[in-house]
Design a protein around this ligand. Sequence first.
Ligand code: AKG
Ligand code: FE2
Length: 322
Amino acid sequence: MAGSPVAAVVSPLGQSVQEMSMNGNEPPPQYFLKENSIHPMDSFLPSDPIPIIDISLLSSSSSLSSRGGEEEELQKLKSALTSWGCFQAVGHGISSSFLDKVREVGKQFFALPVEEKQKYSRATDGIEGYGNEPILSENQVLDWSYRLLLRLQPVDQRKLQLWPENPNEFREVLDEYGANVKIIMDVLFKAMAMSLNLEENSFSSQFGERAVMQRRFNFYLSCPRPDLVLGFKPHSDGSGITVLLQNKEVEGLQVFKDDKWFRVPIIPHALVVNLGDQMQIMSNGIFKSAIHRVVSNSERMRISVAMFNEPEPDKESDQWMP
Ligand SMILES: O=C(O)CCC(=O)C(=O)O
Ligand SMILES: [Fe+2]
């Protein structure tokens, strides 16, 4: 994504998304998909499903020579990342009850009165905090959603004034979740390198001592026109990888492949892993970053939590040369 925000719009068109959603108001045209876009309802369940990878099999492979049964899982990982750019991760070691807790604190935060949430609002020129998407151009098609983006690492760069204190477990739960996801990311970076027959730290070493980790809560409200309005427009993540906790009941995420949009089915205890642009570059384009979008839903709200990791901003990456 290029450019800097031209305006922070809480209520660009008189009413906020939250008000329009609650009142069942027709969204204004600024939210309508461009005419040449693929219709939100034009999506498929892939006949060859989005791969499911067991992380516990990958983490046992600590060196190239000790590979055994995990070889198959490494090949599955490579194939997932070269074709889809994403997969569903199981065997990740985080309990289902803790994943529910992460979803729950997000839900509780969003249920707070608007004035309370606005205490954590994103500044006009910032990216962290609570609000709608940053507006980068006048013609931007708007997303029917709110976000809360927070930087977790490096720890000394945390803007704690933007971290909700209500519900009171929010910070603690998200800290613990961040630590758990970091472990998964470390395992994945090693496995990705090994799947390409590279030294296991080839990718992780390029992120630097002060690698960045951010998390984003996405809050998608019910929308009376899911046929015209998206919750999150098509994009690829700028991250190395993204670990995404989906809603347990409300589907919405779709991935673009072979000129079609495919639905990402809900597997309640799984985490969706999307390859981001940074890893596409570092793998010389062998791994593909996933282009994805989120459709809206006319009846139900959906919440997701994405964790992104990025190289330390000033670190130069050595692209791997085959
Ligand atoms: O809500 C989702 O399922 C996807 C969110 C997403 O793509 C993002 O936060 O970058
Ligand atoms: Fe994304």
